[in-house]
Design a binder for this molecule. Structure first.
Ligand code: SAM
Length: 258
């Protein structure tokens, strides 16, 4: 395990309800709404050591994807962690993948993709509205994944995607079918097209258009997440369930017909 370096993102973990994501710095640093702490002594140490702060004990840990997503700002509708995780799997995204997405929106899916492709992969994130690009870029930088992402101002229906030979294209657009022709031009043979659509109408329209455009093996699904409240002798499902978010769709591009 690597030792802490100055400038790294770290998770100060007190309990499931008391966690702070911060940048490791030398000297005193203020934590919004919480006061000041000095983590200089942690630099060069291994993750997991105890930190005493404001009369409580914390551990300093390397953040996981869920910790990063929990720290993001939000504007308009975003792809939540449960759907992002499954989209990554459906789209076959992993270390070293080259992936394009549209639109960037708040950058929540961008962060999940950048995390999944690792340092050797790359994400091309497109949006036609500059204010969303700036918002997404700030979120991606906040979690220190900026080097893995190129933001492109473009309407993908008109200008297409900024790269070719891609492993996957992911669409989170109000009209995903408008991005299919551009996706087919940018995907490598065998590459996957995944889409996130909140309504049945969008899903039907997109699947019809996928078939017409020559994509194969279209499959759709929905994930319902039901937390379980675990209490000794009283374990039961939570009363608060995250119900409908969006439908997940995947299909393959096999290249032009032979
Ligand atoms: C729902 S948001 C995406 C949310 C994002 N996936 C997230 O997790 O934060 C949809 C975005 O698509 C962009 N958009 C819509 N049509 C587009 C197009 N044809 N080309 C590029 N971006 C488009 C919008 O500007 C908007 O920012």
């Amino acid at each position: 395990m690597d030792r802490w370096k100055e400038g790294e993102l770290a998770l100060l973990w007190g309990s499931a309800r008391d966690q702070v994501l911060l940048v490791l710095q030398r000297g005193s640093q203020s934590v919004e709404g919480r006061g000041v702490l000095d983590l200089s002594g942690q630099i060069g140490e291994l993750p997991g050591t105890t930190v005493d702060w404001a009369g409580r004990k914390y551990r300093l840990l390397r953040p996981a994807l869920g910790d990063l997503l929990g720290s993001l700002q939000r504007r308009a509708q975003v792809v939540t962690a449960k759907d992002a995780a499954r989209l990554i799997q459906l789209a076959g995204v992993g270390p070293g993948s080259r992936v394009a997405e549209a639109g960037s929106g708040s950058g929540w899916l961008t962060v999940a993709l950048a995390f999944a492709v690792g340092p050797s992969g790359h994400v091309y994130s497109h949006d036609r509205r500059p204010e969303f690009l700036e918002f997404a870029k700030a979120n991606v930088r906040r979690v220190q994944l900026g080097e893995r992402v190129e933001f492109v101002e473009a309407d993908v229906a008109e200008r297409g995607f900024a790269a070719r030979d891609l492993d996957a294209v992911i669409l989170d657009l109000p009209e995903p079918w408008t991005g299919l022709s551009a996706a087919s031009e940018s995907l490598a043979p065998g590459g996957r097209l995944a889409a996130y659509t909140p309504t049945y109408n969008q899903l039907e329209h997109t699947v019809r258009s996928l078939r017409e455009a020559g994509f194969e093996g279209a499959q759709a699904e929905e994930l319902l997440l039901r937390p379980i409240e675990v209490g000794e002798g009283g374990t039961r499902p939570s009363f608060e369930m995250l119900g409908h978010t969006g439908f997940l769709l995947v299909a393959r591009w096999m290249g032009p017909p032979w």
